[in-house]
Write a protein that binds this ligand. Structure first.
Ligand code: AMP
Ligand code: MG
Length: 411
């Protein structure tokens, strides 16, 4: 290979640009009960209808006082109690204190809460031992966290396990979200067998659907699994037609190389348009992108590492845009020092699989070993991609490379 590998191959940046430019985000919305909204993209800003906290309340278990009372006498009689959910009611005479629990409403006129650890209790008489007193100490004021009409989350945010309780704090029970994009996918290949069957000579298990489905779901889309389709042009064509009726995106794996049973590209030419095919990346060169009548098309290479890698690197940004997930960001590149050599020839951007760690505050990275696009163990062992620039050749120990850490909630 070498430099002669590059002509006719599209650089990844150009491919991403070609894929993303024509995509318009879904516009259909639905209103969901809050607990069902995890992973959906917000279709509206979330404004707080209330102050949080809604009333001044105690940050400690202790005693509500007026500082001016304490200046006159360090011992005050307790005349009542304020519990979380059951505030002190009635008059609060001067020169007395109110027992108060964490989260309980602060009585009118109180300007400090003294934690109980700083008191001595003798029957109903409380002696305050604390030396440094500050106005409003241990009081959480109304709206301290969030004020009425604060924008708490913006349209385009994808709801996480941190966002759901945030919205619950505001008392909002239903929220408007964009519908999830629907992605239909299938594996192609006469050699592929489903799990639970015996392999005959020349057959292998279909692993790509098991890599593609969780990624679709983790990207926040709905997955339709159309199974394994044999290398038969008529069956492939009818599956494509069925898939594009049901989905926003059709994803295939296999059949996009130049072998004699690689029909995917021909069928795409009949049913739609090919945007591009063949990228200057390794692995993943035979990735194809195009448009069917009713859906976008992504043709992943059959080799399992290539399939999952192109899902992550190329399909992920596409579905982020389609979802309306405007806060999505591409994985960051971080410089790391190599602790093993990485073999490479110039011509394509390599996404090698690496294991990073931190030594003395610096990122270091080593190869997972066998980098064949068919050797999925390299993906399973890795915790990052080692992204080696197109024109770079082999890397020695001690050189600086860019790594992209895997997002553990995704991959
Ligand atoms: P293809 O792109 O169809 O030429 O396939 C390239 C390589 O990937 C071949 O070795 C296939 O057997 C293998 N392959 C294709 N699809 C899958 C799959 N779904 N699961 C595991 N391996 C696959
Ligand atoms: Mg095949």
């Amino acid at each position: 290979m070498g430099c002669c590998d590059a002509p006719g191959l599209m650089p990844i940046e150009e491919a991403l640009d070609k894929m993303l430019t024509p995509i318009t985000p879904v516009t259909e919305t639905l209103t969901l009960p809050l607990p069902d909204a995890l992973g959906y993209v917000l279709a509206e800003d979330i404004l707080s209808p209330i102050n949080v906290p809604p009333f001044d309340n105690s940050a400690m278990d202790g005693y509500a006082i007026r500082l001016s009372d304490l200046e006159q006498n360090p011992t005050l009689p307790m005349i009542g109690k304020s519990f979380a959910g059951a505030p002190f009611e009635g008059d609060w005479p001067a020169m007395t204190t109110v027992r108060i629990m964490t989260g309980a409403k602060i009585p009118e006129g109180c300007d400090a809460v003294i934690m109980q650890e700083n008191t001595t209790v003798d029957g109903d008489n409380i002696t305050f031992n604390q030396l440094s007193l500050r106005p409003n100490m241990n009081i959480r004021p109304t709206g301290d966290d969030i004020k009425v009409n604060d924008v708490v989350l913006k349209q385009g945010a994808r709801l996480t396990a941190r966002d759901i309780p945030m919205i619950a704090t505001l008392g909002i029970s239903h929220i408007k979200v964009f519908r999830k994009p629907v992605i239909a996918f299938f594996s192609t290949g006469d050699e592929l067998r489903p799990l639970g069957t015996e392999l005959q000579d020349g057959q292998i298990y279909d692993s790509n659907r098991y890599g593609i489905k969780p990624l679709i779901e983790n990207f926040g889309c709905e997955a339709i699994d159309l199974g394994i389709i044999p290398d038969c042009p008529a069956t492939l064509k009818s599956t494509f037609e069925r898939a594009q009726q049901q989905a926003d995106v059709v994803i295939t794996s296999g059949g996009v190389s130049v072998g004699e049973a690689d029909y995917t590209k021909d069928i795409l030419e009949q049913l739609g348009q090919i945007g591009f095919w063949k990228l200057a990346i390794k692995p993943g060169k035979p990735f194809a992108f195009g448009a069917l009548d009713n859906a976008w098309f992504c043709g992943l290479p059959g080799n399992p590492v290539s399939a999952v890698l192109t899902m992550y690197v190329l399909v992920q940004p596409l579905v982020a845009k389609l979802s309306g997930h405007s806060e999505w960001k591409a994985p960051e590149s971080i410089p790391a020092t190599t602790r093993s050599a990485f073999k490479k020839v110039p011509g394509r951007t390599d996404y090698q699989r690496g294991i990073y760690s931190i030594e003395n505050g610096q990122f270091v990275v080593e190869s997972t070993g066998n980098q064949s696009s068919g050797a999925f163990r390299s993906m399973s062992l890795a915790n990052c991609f080692v992204v080696l620039e197109r024109e770079r050749a082999s890397i020695e120990v001690g050189e600086t490379v860019q790594i992209q850490l895997f997002n553990p909630t995704l991959f």
